[in-house]
Design a protein around this ligand. Structure first.
Ligand code: NAD
Ligand code: TYD
Length: 351
């Protein structure tokens, strides 16, 4: 049986990757390693937690000794690494946490894999999950390709860029078998309400203002989270050793247009007059160092591995809004406690 260790499997994207692998590959054993920070939530995996091919291990990737012990105990053949501090705004207030988890944590995982595989890399693979933000910002035109130079601006993207470099360095120096994916912005069920789309859905449901940074003309390329999980599955199994693959949906939206579309769909679903949610839109102070535009050229993964997103943005957004409307208890749980402090620090008085 193939053993695959997935880090960050209790988070937003990780939980969809764990589910995809547990359900699709009953012959594999999936070990989900997660520290359960504010962003990790085992509620995300209720439907699969009792499957015989699934194990959860609570561990912090900054703890090198514990990570090595977990690798020695479970002897994974493959690693899919998603654990990270993932929010740009939090990286601006606490960059060190991002260095610790995203850089040191990644190196601890690489060391543990190298140690237990003992230079016998046959049938082994370390898949590092990264972001398009490592490429920096685009102007009005152009797309990020795999050979675009790294130019990160935020502490988050700098820490992810550094982790990508370490993963490649372990390939080039020690021959560790690796693949990388650099994906655009994800959205979907279980998205933590610190990011734009779930934050706006949560605020609409609570009749709170929808904070748009700057002039709202910043552009992101949005991909449904399950389509990211499918891309990870493809690259993990069929990607070329040592290569990276950009993942995106050719789906660019300016923030203000995206939030207006979201408002329109929520009003429709709640049977309210159009304009009710949009009246909550409020322009607030811009994010420092805010990247203008991200957009992925996904030609390589499409041509080499036959990858295609399975849903349109309209479909994906509709499924996402429905999920939040049907899971208000999940939203209430994750927005109680520490979230309130975060929200006040980030938004109150910031207009
Ligand atoms: P998330 O913040 O929702 O989840 C992160 C998970 O990692 C949580 O379960 C958390 O408990 C865990 N974690 C954090 N620190 C840890 C530590 N020290 N040890 C062990 N576990 C720890 O993040 P996400 O949005 O699901 O992103 C997952 C990965 O995908 C990240 O590597 C991120 O950089 C990358 N990514 C995210 C996006 C996006 O739009 N969200 C896009 C491209 C790439
Ligand atoms: P976010 O979801 O934080 O993802 P990222 O910064 O990783 O792209 O932000 C997406 C875009 O939305 C980004 O341009 C910042 C903007 N934004 C707002 O305008 N208001 C908000 O409250 C948030 C969280 C983001």
């Amino acid at each position: 049986m193939k053993k695959i260790l997935i880090t960050g499997g209790a988070g937003f994207i990780g939980s969809h990757v764990v589910r995809e692998f547990v359900n699709k590959y009953p012959e594999y054993h999936i070990v989900n390693l997660d520290a359960l920070t504010y962003a990790g939530n085992l509620e995300n995996l209720k439907d699969i937690e009792n499957k015989p091919n699934y194990t959860f291990v609570k561990a912090d990737i900054t703890d090198a000794a514990h990570i090595l012990a977990v690798f020695q105990e479970h002897q994974p053949d493959g690693v899919i690494h998603l654990a990270a501090e993932s929010h740009v705004d939090r990286s601006i207030t606490n960059p060190t946490a991002f260095v610790m988890t995203n850089v040191i944590g990644t190196v601890n995982l690489l060391n543990a894999a190298k140690e237990i595989w003992k230079d016998n890399f046959e049938g082994k693979r370390f898949h590092h999950v990264s972001t398009d933000e490592v490429y920096g910002t685009l102007g009005e035109s152009g797309l990020f390709r795999e050979d675009t130079a790294y130019d990160p601006h935020s502490p988050y993207s700098a820490s992810k860029a550094s982790s990508d470099h370490f993963v490649r360095a372990y390939h080039d120096t020690y021959g560790l078998p690796i693949v990388l994916t650099n994906c655009s912005n994800n959205y979907g069920p279980n998205h933590f309400p610190e990011k734009l789309i779930p934050l706006c859905i949560h605020n609409i449901l609570n009749n709170k203002s929808l904070p748009i940074y700057g002039d709202g003309k910043f552009t992101r390329d949005w991909l449904f989270v399950i389509d990211h999980a499918k891309a990870i599955d493809l690259v993990f199994h069929n990607g070329k050793n040592g290569d990276s693959y950009n993942v995106g949906g050719f789906n660019e939206w300016q923030n203000i247009d995206l939030v207006k579309e979201l408002c329109k769909q929520v009003d429709e679903k709640l049977g309210r007059p159009q304009g009710t949610a949009a009246a909550l839109i409020t322009f607030v102070k811009d994010r420092p160092g805010h990247d203008l535009r991200y957009a992925i050229d996904a030609t390589k993964i499409n041509q080499e591995l036959g990858y295609q997103p399975s849903v349109t943005f309209e479909q994906g957004l509709s499924v996402t809004i429905d999920w939040f409307l049907n899971n208000q208890e999940w939203l209430d749980n994750v927005t109680s406690g520490d979230y309130q402090k975060y929200y006040e620090g980030q938004y109150v008085g910031n207009s």
